[in-house]
Design a protein around this ligand. Structure first.
Ligand code: GNR
Ligand code: NI
Length: 181
């Protein structure tokens, strides 16, 4: 297990906008990837993480929307996920670990049924609603090379990019101050 670096937008937009390749067999290498994703997600902390965010363009993602204050997590491993059905609409203020500090409302389906392969190579189906449904859609988008910016209206996207530039400029300034101090 290892905590991996999370790739940021826009420096790594090439990897982050790549359509990821399906996993053929769940072997030790894929299990290692799953474990690294989980460890990196919990460390960040985040409620989900997709393989391209750590530089691996494979269709693998992990999600845990359980309360971090409560003992025992609820880790979902989704390999080659397919969204089978969606219904309803929900607006959620989303964040993305590849856009640190940016939070924006995004409209998604409120309910999703997803089929995926787990860490043991078993195919399963999951019905989700609310934040879990939102996270599934956010992560499956990553595997298709789609970032949450693209799920906003053009106006909101323009404002979000502007906000994010300011956030990153401030982050860079703070890092320089740390170096100088
Ligand atoms: O940690 C995360 N929080 C979050 C909040 C609302 C909607 C989606 C997310 S996913 C995000 C982690 C991440 O970037 N996953 O790709
Ligand atoms: Ni994300």
């Amino acid at each position: 297990m290892a905590i991996r670096d999370i790739l940021l937008y826009p420096e790594h937009s090439d990897v982050l906008t790549t359509e990821c390749d399906p996993v053929e067999t769940v072997d030790d290498e894929v299990r290692q990837l799953v474990d690294d994703l989980a460890e990196t997600m919990y460390d960040a902390p985040g409620i989900g993480l997709a393989a391209p965010q750590i530089g691996v363009t494979k269709r693998v993602t992990v999600i845990d929307v359980s309360d971090p204050e409560q003992p025992g997590g609820d880790l979902h491993v989704l390999i080659n996920p397919e969204i089978l059905e969606t219904s309803g609409t929900i607006t959620w203020e989303e964040g993305c670990l590849s856009f640190p500090g940016l939070y924006q409302e995004v409209e998604r389906s409120e309910n999703v049924t997803v089929r995926a392969t787990d860490r043991d190579g078993e195919r399963y189906e999951l019905e989700a609603e609310g934040i879990l449904a939102v996270a599934i859609q956010h992560e499956v988008d990553h595997l298709d090379g789609i970032l949450f910016l693209e799920r906003m209206s053009r106006l909101k996207r323009r404002l979000a990019r502007k906000d994010y530039k300011k956030i990153r400029a401030r982050m860079a300034e703070e890092t320089n101050e740390d170096v100088e101090a």
